[in-house]
Structures are given as structure tokens and as C-alpha cells.
Design a binder for this molecule. Structure first.
Ligand code: NAD
Length: 490
């Protein structure tokens, strides 16, 4: 397999390298030492991301010029970044994934039993959606008592990710793709992801496919991972499930991940910056090293990837382990750099009992990402049929609110119901239901449509009556099907 073609002015493939925060510099140095000893011929372009950049007052954690260098490089190899808690700054990891459109996060997790104590049957490829869901970080405090986070699931975003996951399963000779969502509760958002999964599955008839509810699915995955092969999930569930599968393999320090888009790619360990062990020289560099292996495959250097991966497997098999690995086969407990030296000493060796790594696919990830383009939108009839008005109100009971709001409604937009935290409290609420200061008030003509002028007129009447409107959601139907949820108890 030939490496990616060089541009006329390029002499080597240029890789941006960010050493990261916490244990990042230690594991990056260890990883680069292995790449160097293996003779991997890349131009390494060091870039600064994370804590030092935040400290200069750059709230995104990345300078514009750095982003430009990353997007024009062939890949970014990235150490973990500490996300400062609290407001004022945004997660750099999320910013990179979203601004570079790295829509698919591929996290292979497998068992190295009996050399690492973990679940022996594990060989799972987690494919996590990387840009959507609650990770937009679109959050608001709307009232004294209530905060909200917007969960965005899109049809094109779900479709290309799911098509990518099926394509990956086909390319890697996998047999089954499992989707997990909470579509029984979030019928519109997770329901869209599940429906898209079922539609895309029809394009891959040779692959088995199933959908599971995320709670029982995760429980089963944790206890019977041998029943799973490729698992595709929305962003938040994928984040959690892939840490579960990483732990099942024996340590969160063992798994690398690829973040892939149609034009850019970023490779990193799945774990964080581990501030509790930073600077001690004991972190396991395997996650980042295996991410670098994925990067070499992506760059069209499968022979280098194979040589390093097999040296790493031989090291694990030889019982040379970092402190996080539990195993009865441990012969030597080593620190980060000594572990890298042990891998370097085994370059050219292959494991005797663990399956050998074999790479032939070259830049399959990038090609799959490019081939996963979603279908063009299908024209639909979209009709406004009402409005949900959210109020900040704490002046009485649901019945009193209902009485006052009914007078604000009219024939075009009569009051249909009021919910508090999603539960219907008017009409026919229960006295037991706990209510906050955040009310969703639905105005909708029975069976009819509404106009934007009707909505504006209603807002004027609510304002005249002294109500504080904090947000609006228009209620639409699409080809006659409601694009909004019912109230709990409706
Ligand atoms: P973490 O993954 O950093 O650590 C969790 C536990 O696993 C800790 O006990 C740690 O010591 C251990 N651990 C992690 N990596 C290890 C390794 N390579 N070797 C040995 N032990 C290891 O998770 P956290 O503590 O929740 O997060 C710390 C910081 O990292 C936070 O600021 C978080 O936002 C950030 N983070 C960054 C990324 C990323 O850059 N992609 C991912 C996750 C978390």
C-alpha cells in the first residue's frame, strides 16, 4: 500500500502533534520515541493546544493560526487536554471535532486476556457520533430554578455516521452492527437516529443489525461483550459506552481512537489528562501509541502500523506492564518511558499467542468518511399548527395559571395544556406533581393550522397580561406528522 500522495511542494507527510496536558507530554514523548525508532518517515509539526493557550485568555484553547496548521496537516496526533471546569471556556476537544467536521469517532476495544485481566470475549468497535447531541454545549439558565441543554440530532449527521459505521463493518469483515439509543423516551431525537439506522441497514443486507435501548444495551455489553461487534451510538452514549468497553479491555489507558471527517483526521487516546498521576512517569502510553497505529494506517503506512502494533502486543505478552494493568502474567512493572523502550526493543517481533495485527486497508477511514455522504433532503410539507410558550412564573398554582392563560388565548391559538418539567399539570393535573418556576404552555387550535401573525399576536397579549416569556418553540407537522412531543400524561 503506497502512502498518501505527496503534494508537489511536500517532501514528507506533515503531521501536527500536540503534546497535551497532564500526562499528555509523557505519553506523547513515549509514542514519538517508538515512531522514531521504527523509522516512520513523517514531518512532525509541534502545535500548542490546551492549558497554556487557555492561560493566555484564549477561551477556545486553540489559536486561529494553530487551527490553520492542523487543518492543512495530514493528521493531528493529540495528547489529552484538560478541560477547565466552569463557565468562560469551551472544551477544546469538542471544538476541534466540530470545527474540523470530524464526525466519526472510532474506538476499537479488545481483550488481551490472559496477559491483561479484562473480559476475555471483548472485540468491539465503538463508533461514536462526534459533533451533535448535547455536545453543542448550547445551554441556558432560563429561570431561577431551571437550566436546560439543547440536544440536537440531525438527519444528515446521523445518516453519514451510521453509513460510515456500516461501511467500516463491511471493510473490516465484521458481522453485526448494533445501534443503541433511548428512543422509547426521546422519540423525536433518538427516534430519528434509530429510524436512520434502520434505513441505512437496508443498504448492507449481508450485515446483521439490531437496535437496543441504551440502558439495557450497556448493561449487556458490560457483562456479555462477546455478543457485540460494531456498536454505533449518538455522541453522549458513545462517550460513556466506549469508556466502559475500554475498562473491560483491562484499563482505560489501553485504547486509542480515530476522529475522522471527509478531509481531516485526529488521533488520540480515549482517556483524559489524568491529573492524579501527571508528572510521575507511570502513565500507560498504550492508548496514544495505538491511536498512532491507527493514524499510520490512515496515512497509508500499514507496514509501519503493523510493525509497531505487533511489537506492542509482544511487549504486553512478555509481561512488561505499566501500573494500571492488572495481570497474573506481569513479569516487570515499568514506567512510561521504560514501556516505550520495551516496545522499541521488540520492533520486528510478532506476538506468539495474541492474534497478530495485520493491516492492509490503507486510508480506508478517510475514503469511508468521504463515501458516507447523506442523501439530499426529501421535500416535505411543513405546516405551523401551534406554539409552545415557555414562561418564568411563580405566582400561584397550575389552575390559576391555566385560568389566566386561557384568557390570553383566542380562537386561532387556544390554550391546550400546561406542563411543568414535561408533566401535564393543566388541565387535570395531580396535586402531587412538583412544580418549578418553568412552565411550557401549549397553544394549539384543534386539528387546524396557525400563522406566525397569530403567534405574534398571542405574544403581545401575554406581554400585556404581565407574563415573562423566556422561550418559544413553534409546533410543526411534516407531511402531516407531528414534529413535537406530547406532554407526559397527555
Ligand atoms: P481520565 O481519563 O483523565 O482519568 C480517569 C482515571 O483513569 C484516573 O484515575 C487516571 O489516573 C486513569 N488513567 C487515565 N489515563 C491513564 C493512563 N494512560 N495510564 C494510567 N492511568 C490512566 O479522566 P478524568 O479524570 O475524568 O479527566 C481528567 C481531564 O481530562 C479532564 O479535564 C477532562 O475534561 C479531560 N479529558 C480529556 C480528554 C481528551 O483530551 N480527549 C478525554 C477525556 C477527558
Amino acid at each position: 500500500m503506497a502512502p498518501l500522495a505527496l503534494a508537489p511542494q511536500e517532501t514528507k507527510l506533515r503531521i501536527a502533534v500536540a503534546r497535551g496536558d497532564g500526562i499528555g507530554p509523557e505519553i506523547t514523548d513515549a509514542t514519538l520515541a517508538v515512531l522514531d525508532a521504527a523509522g516512520v518517515d513523517l514531518e512532525l509539526d509541534p502545535v500548542e493546544l490546551g492549558a497554556a493557550v487557555y492561560a493566555r485568555g484564549v477561551s477556545s484553547g486553540v489559536e486561529r493560526e494553530t487551527l490553520e496548521r492542523i487543518r492543512t496537516a495530514r493528521a493531528l496526533l493529540k495528547g489529552p487536554i484538560t478541560t477547565p471546569s466552569g463557565g468562560g471556556v469551551k472544551s477544546l476537544n469538542v471544538t476541534l471535532r466540530k470545527s474540523l467536521s470530524l464526525f466519526a469517532n472510532v474506538r476499537p476495544c479488545l481483550s488481551y486476556s490472559p496477559y491483561v485481566a479484562g473480559h476475555p470475549g471483548l472485540d468491539v468497535l465503538v463508533v461514536r457520533e462526534n459533533e451533535e447531541d448535547t455536545y453543542g454545549g448550547i445551554e441556558h439558565r432560563q429561570t431561577e430554578q431551571v437550566t436546560q441543554c439543547l440536544k440536537l440530532i440531525t438527519r444528515p449527521g446521523s445518516e453519514r455516521l451510521i453509513r460510515f459505521a456500516f461501511g467500516l463493518a463491511r471493510a473490516y469483515g465484521r458481522r453485526r452492527v448494533t445501534c443503541m439509543t433511548k428512543s422509547n423516551i426521546m422519540k423525536i431525537t433518538d427516534g430519528l437516529f434509530m429510524d436512520t439506522f434502520r434505513q441505512v441497514a437496508e443498504e448492507f443486507p449481508e450485515l446483521a443489525s439490531d437496535h437496543q435501548i441504551i440502558d439495557i444495551g450497556t448493561a449487556r455489553l458490560a457483562t456479555r461483550p462477546e455478543d457485540y461487534d460494531v456498536v454505533v451510538l449518538p455522541n453522549l452514549y458513545g462517550d460513556i459506552v466506549s469508556d466502559v468497553t475500554a475498562e473491560l479491555s483491562g484499563s482505560v489507558g489501553l485504547c486509542g481512537s480515530a476522529n475522522v471527517g471527509a478531509t481531516c483526521a485526529m488521533f488520540e487516546a480515549i482517556h483524559g489528562s489524568a491529573p492524579d498521576i501527571a508528572g510521575q512517569g507511570i502513565a500507560n502510553p498504550s492508548g496514544l501509541l495505538l491511536a498512532a497505529v491507527q493514524m499510520l494506517v490512515h496515512l497509508g503506512l500499514p507496514q509501519d502500523a503493523q510493525r509497531i502494533h505487533n511489537a506492542w502486543l509482544s511487549t504486553i505478552e512478555a509481561g512488561i506492564h505499566t501500573a494500571d494493568i492488572k495481570s497474573e502474567t506481569t513479569r516487570q512493572r515499568v514506567g512510561t518511558q521504560a514501556f516505550a523502550a520495551a516496545v522499541i526493543a521488540r520492533l520486528g517481533e510478532e506476538p506468539r499467542r495474541l492474534p497478530c495485527a495485520r493491516y492492509e486497508l490503507g486510508s480506508a477511514l478517510a475514503e469511508l468518511a468521504r463515501d458516507s455522504t447523506p442523501a439530499p433532503p426529501r421535500p416535505q410539507v411543513k405546516e405551523l399548527v401551534g406554539v409552545d410558550v415557555f414562561l418564568d412564573w411563580s405566582a400561584g398554582s397550575p389552575a390559576e395559571l391555566g385560568d389566566r392563560l386561557r384568557r390570553c388565548g383566542d380562537a386561532t391559538l387556544p390554550l391546550e395544556m400546561i406542563t411543568n418539567r414535561g408533566v401535564r399539570v393543566w388541565p387535570q393535573g395531580l396535586p402531587e406533581t412538583f412544580c418549578t418556576d418553568h412552565w411550557r404552555c401549549r397553544f394549539r387550535p384543534e386539528g387546524g393550522s396557525a400563522s406566525w401573525a397569530d403567534v405574534l399576536a398571542l405574544l403581545g397579549r401575554l406581554s400585556d397580561a404581565g407574563f415573562e416569556v423566556i422561550k418559544l418553540e413553534n409546533l410543526y407537522t411534516f407531511d402531516g406528522r407531528p414534529g413535537f412531543s406530547l406532554g407526559q400524561g397527555q
